[in-house]
Design a protein around this ligand. Structure first.
Ligand code: DX5
Ligand code: ZN
Length: 242
C-alpha cells in the first residue's frame, strides 16, 4: 500500500478503545455488549487508587467479573502508586494489557518483566507534563506506550492540544525504536480531536465520554472507527520543536 494513502499508523491498524469509566456502572455488562456488537476490539479499563490520582475506580474483582461477560481484550490502565503490588492480581483477573505510569515506577524495567511474567502485555503511561523521551530506555521492552492527553483521574476532560507535537515526535521515534509497540492516546478523544491525533501517528485511541457519554454508544464508536479507517497521510518526519 502506498505510504501516502495508508490507513495504518506506526504500521498498524488503528484501534478505538472505549473507556469503561464513562459507562453506566449500573449495567456494565450491557454497556460492554453494546460496544462489542459495534465492532469494539479493545476495552480500556481505568484503575485509580485515590493516591496517584484524586479519584478511585475499579479493582481486580471488578475486572474478574467483567472477564466473565466479555471476550474482548482488556486494556487495564493502572493509575496507582506502587503498581508492583497489583500486577499479578490484574493479570489473573483477565487483563490482556497492564499499563503502569512511569511517574509511579521506581524500577520500570523490572515492572515490565513482572507484567510479562504474569502473562500480560506491558504498557507504560506518561502524564501530559512528562517528556516522551523518558521512554528512551524503556520502549524496547514495551508492547504499548500510553500518552495522556488530559491530567489523569477523570473522564470527560478537554483534550490538551499542546500534546499533539509530543504524540508526533514520540510516534516517529517509536516507529524506529520498537515498531511493534502500540502508541495509545488517552483523554479528550472525540470526533473533533481524533483527526489530529490520528495524523500525529497514534494507533490506539481511548474514548470514554465520546462513546459511553453519547446517546448511542454503538453509533459513536462506529463513527470513530470509520474515522480511524479513513485514508490519511503518514505523519511527516518532524521534530518536537516544529
Ligand atoms: C483518565 C482516564 C481516561 C478517561 C478518558 O484519567 O485514564 O481513560 O477515561 O475519558 P475521556 O475520553 O472522557 O477523556
Ligand atoms: Zn485511561
Amino acid at each position: 500500500m502506498n505510504a501516502a494513502n495508508s490507513v495504518k499508523n506506526n504500521g498498524m491498524s488503528v484501534i478505538i478503545a472505549p473507556s469503561l469509566l464513562a459507562a453506566d456502572f449500573t449495567r456494565l455488562g450491557e454497556e460492554i455488549a453494546r460496544v462489542e456488537a459495534a465492532g469494539c476490539e479493545l476495552l480500556h479499563i481505568d484503575v485509580m487508587d485515590g493516591h496517584f490520582v484524586p479519584n478511585i475506580a475499579i479493582g481486580p474483582d471488578a475486572v474478574k467479573a467483567l472477564r466473565r461477560v466479555s471476550a474482548l481484550p482488556f486494556d487495564v490502565h493502572l493509575m496507582v502508586e506502587n503498581p508492583e503490588d497489583y500486577i499479578e492480581r490484574f493479570a489473573a483477573a483477565g487483563a490482556d494489557y497492564v499499563t503502569f505510569h512511569l511517574e509511579a515506577a521506581r524500577h520500570p524495567l523490572r515492572l515490565i518483566e513482572q507484567i510479562k511474567n504474569a502473562g500480560a502485555k506491558a504498557g507504560a503511561a506518561l502524564n501530559p507534563a512528562t517528556t516522551w523521551e523518558s521512554l528512551r530506555y524503556v520502549a524496547a521492552n514495551l508492547d504499548l506506550a500510553l500518552l495522556m492527553t488530559v491530567n489523569p483521574g477523570f473522564g470527560g476532560q478537554r483534550f490538551i492540544s499542546a500534546m499533539l507535537p509530543k504524540i508526533a515526535a514520540c510516534a516517529q521515534w517509536l516507529r524506529r525504536e520498537n515498531p511493534a509497540c502500540r502508541l495509545e492516546v488517552d483523554g479528550g478523544v472525540s470526533e473533533a480531536t481524533a483527526p489530529a491525533i490520528l495524523a500525529a501517528g497514534a494507533d490506539i485511541l481511548v474514548a470514554g465520554a465520546a462513546v459511553f457519554g453519547a446517546a448511542d454508544a454503538a453509533a459513536a464508536l462506529r463513527a470513530l472507527r470509520e474515522m480511524a479507517a479513513a485514508p490519511r497521510r503518514e505523519p511527516a518526519d518532524k521534530t518536537e520543536a516544529d
